[in-house]
Design a protein around this ligand. Sequence first.
Ligand SMILES: C[S@@+](CC[C@H](N)C(=O)[O-])C[C@H]1O[C@@H](n2cnc3c(N)ncnc32)[C@H](O)[C@@H]1O
Length: 383
Amino acid sequence: MTPQARAQAAIDILDEVIAAARDAGAAADVIIQRYFRARRYAGSKDRRAVRELVYAAIRRSGERPESGRAALIGLAEGDPALAALFDGSVHGPPPIAANETSAEAAEVPMWLRDKLGGLGLLERAPLDLRINRLKDGPIAIEGAEPTPHAPDGLRLPEGTLVDTLPEYEAGLVEVQDEGSQLVTIACAAEPGMKVVDLCAGAGGKTLGLAAAMDDRGIIFACDADRNRLSRLAPRAERAGVTIAETRLLDGGREIMALGDLMGVADLVVVDAPCSGTGTWRRNPEARWRLTPERLARVVALQSRLLDVAARLVRPGGTLVHIVCSLLDEEGAGQAEAFLARHPGWAAEPVMLPAGTPRGPGLRLTPATDGTDGFFVARLKAPC
Ligand SMILES: C[S@@+](CC[C@H](N)C(=O)[O-])C[C@H]1O[C@@H](n2cnc3c(N)ncnc32)[C@H](O)[C@@H]1O
């Protein structure tokens, strides 16, 4: 492909990414893969170059751009070599017209600028692993360094292909961001406990909880998404986790599948569905998906799930509220609202080697901690 054709390919892909963000469609990575699957003539250098252009344009635009062309014209404003590719040659983009729309450069969307600006949401996300203490075996991954805060964290060089590592195949390590490892530690799960992981997904935190419990006790790993939950069992097997029992919940009627767990759990973890603002550095086009309406919906769901969770906690037990979001309405504000709705419950300090106290809990940010953004609060039930 000529450089001009690569630029036009980036524009075409960006058009699809923009439409997918508006209509809750596929992620940018999936769209890029699909695009090149249909264009076998593109070589690996072409793919890499186009991908870099697409992601550079996504990172640069806080607001969803009007079009892929506007996004790339915006990127070209600071890159004369890219601007020169708009020369109207065959397969390339037509020349930029005077006054043509270009996307504005911004870290986050305008409506969230006051709340999320300056938190490092566009920094490069590292590739972190958690050493699985349930398994013994040598770990010799080239270039791996301990993460700064999490005791079992390893940081890998960019581009390491984790799936092909023998340590990964043997279940000696799991892919998990350091922030996710830290909030799992904040749950303080112990051997022998009865734990409910109410929003377990594919089990990222379930496996960490099981390791903290030395695979003793029981974890009821629940989720309303059959697909995600079905990925937990093979991961648990690989990791040597035997105490996770999955339960599929009916969204909106979760309690129906939880009747036998009312008031008996030592620990209930609500790793709630959220805006995902804390992970925007990994999937920056998610900035274009969030709207005030979507945020309001997810905040309401979180508060309902926290109320469901509270019914499962035994007297004196603990409910841990986690979100990978940096918005207070999902984090500190959500925990405060829970405490206001549930007299007798109290926030406990969150003891972690990183993070900053925020309302009744603690917040991790890319800027201050180098992790994905998280909020975690420990809420103790009355005895
Ligand atoms: C932040 S993700 C969980 C990630 C997971 N704990 C991990 O560590 O990988 C939130 C999860 O909440 C689930 N969820 C959404 N609505 C739910 C509901 N009504 N009841 C239970 N889980 C729900 C989603 O399917 C999603 O898997």
